[in-house]
Design a protein around this ligand. Structure first.
Ligand code: AMP
Ligand code: MG
Length: 404
């Protein structure tokens, strides 16, 4: 049985990106850039004013002067003539600086009369001008391949006129729940039934990462249904199944995967929760079989599937570096497996403090809702006294909850 790190290494060794596509600029938000982008032109495109005021020749303004206003250049228009010696040109922010002018004097530092402006001076050359190419020069690389596209990158791409953006493809991730006991949320609840919460939880987790969930519904606990729905799932870029992967009489996921030619890479991982987590490959399609308990499903997704999906989408930061926190109280566990303890992280005196988010039984979803982190309790140890340093992977709401 692989350890957590071994399992993650095996998974990531089999994961590749899916190739690239071009998307409209706005749709590139959150995607990963697949190619380096070079600026097709200088940014700014030309020298322009950083203020509303007067373009002048600094040589004319070594001391207090009054200059005639010879022209007006609003933003978006062009200077008609170079600036004449001993004159000022009224200019708005963003308007091109007229040839010959080498500074802009903001309104606030002038006194305007009828056709003239008084400038206290001295005016320093180059003041309040944004020079052509001072930000980026034509041909310069502005974004590297592998960059996650956020609003600043959108702004840069827009400034480069890049309306179609080459990004890594998002995987279609098929989600299949299994079990005769399941009813879909909203369906009548009959005695003995359990609401299928995993399908939507996984779909949400997939969507949150920027991938594209494909909901396959529920495979009932018979071979036919498993074969058909898992077969369908293998047509996606990634397949995630939930439940039916242990060794119970009705746990058919394992044999169906083997029957359909999925190469098994591991069936269990030395972790809790989530020991019955399996991973295999059908040609280029990774298949994750997660345990059915909703908490185990979410924890194994977070720890083992998430890095894989990020890698497929071209992300370079695919593993959480985690934070180091101090345990508020003593924690005990059975040595043998790595435990992911659902914790609440708080900051006290500049340190992260981890306290249990509540009952760690895998049947208790409330604790998962309350948690903002998963503390990694190493496999070989059993007793963790109060004050022990532990690694914690923040859940997606981690920082939000720390602040609020
Ligand atoms: P299994 O591995 O099939 O024995 O399932 C383990 C536990 O997870 C059982 O209590 C199931 O009822 C529960 N479970 C399985 N699938 C789901 C699901 N899709 N949503 C919520 N609970 C589930
Ligand atoms: Mg089952």
């Amino acid at each position: 049985m692989p350890t957590f790190e071994e399992a993650r290494t095996i998974i990531l060794a089999h994961i590749k990106t899916l190739g690239t596509e071009e998307v409209m600029l706005l749709d590139a938000t959150g995607r990963v850039l697949a190619e380096e982008i070079a600026a097709p032109w200088d940014i700014p495109l030309w020298d322009n004013s950083a203020m509303d005021g007067y373009a002048v020749r600094s040589a004319d303004c070594r001391e207090e002067v009054t200059l005639p206003i010879s022209a007006f250049i609003p933003a978006g228009s062009l200077p008609h003539l170079p600036i004449g010696e001993g004159t000022a040109i009224k200019i708005m922010t963003g308007a091109p600086v007229p040839p010959g002018a080498d500074a802009v004097v903001p309104y606030e530092e002038t006194e305007e009369g009828d056709g003239w402006v008084k400038i206290t001076g001295p005016v320093v050359a180059r003041r309040h001008i944004r020079f052509q190419g001072e930000d980026v020069q034509a041909g310069e690389s502005v974004l590297r391949a592998g960059t996650v596209i956020r609003p600043p990158e959108i702004s840069m791409l827009a400034s480069c006129g890049q309306l179609l953006v080459p990004v890594f493809r998002r995987p279609r991730v098929a989600v299949l729940s299994t079990g005769d006991e399941l009813v879909e949320p909203g369906e009548p609840i009959a005695p003995g039934k359990i609401i299928n919460s995993n399908t939507l939880a996984l779909a949400a987790a997939i969507r949150e990462l920027g991938a594209d969930p494909v909901i396959l519904g529920i495979a009932r606990d018979n071979r036919e249904d498993h074969r058909q729905k898992i077969g369908e799932g293998l047509l996606a870029d990634v397949l995630i199944t939930s439940a039916g992967v242990s060794t119970g009489d009705r746990d058919l996921v394992r044999e169906t995967l083997e029957e359909l030619g999925v190469l098994p890479l591991f069936w269990n991982v030395e972790i809790k929760p989530g020991q019955p987590t399996a991973f295999g490959m059908k040609n280029a399609t990774p298949v994750f079989s997660l345990p059915g308990n909703p908490v185990s499903t979410l924890v194994t997704f977070q720890e083992l599937v998430r890095p894989a999906l990020l890698k497929i989408m071209g992300h370079r930061r695919i593993m959480q570096s985690g934070i180091t926190a101090l345990l508020r109280e003593e924690v005990r566990k059975k040595p043998g497996r790595l435990h992911f303890m659902r914790v609440r992280i708080e900051i006290e005196n500049g340190r992260y403090i981890a306290e249990t988010a509540g009952d760690q039984n895998t049947g208790i979803l409330t604790t998962m809702v309350r948690a903002n982190g998963l503390a990694l309790l190493p496999a070989d140890r059993g007793v963790f006294p109060a004050g022990t340093e532990v690694q914690v992977h923040l859940l997606d709401r981690g920082f939000e909850m720390l602040e609020g």
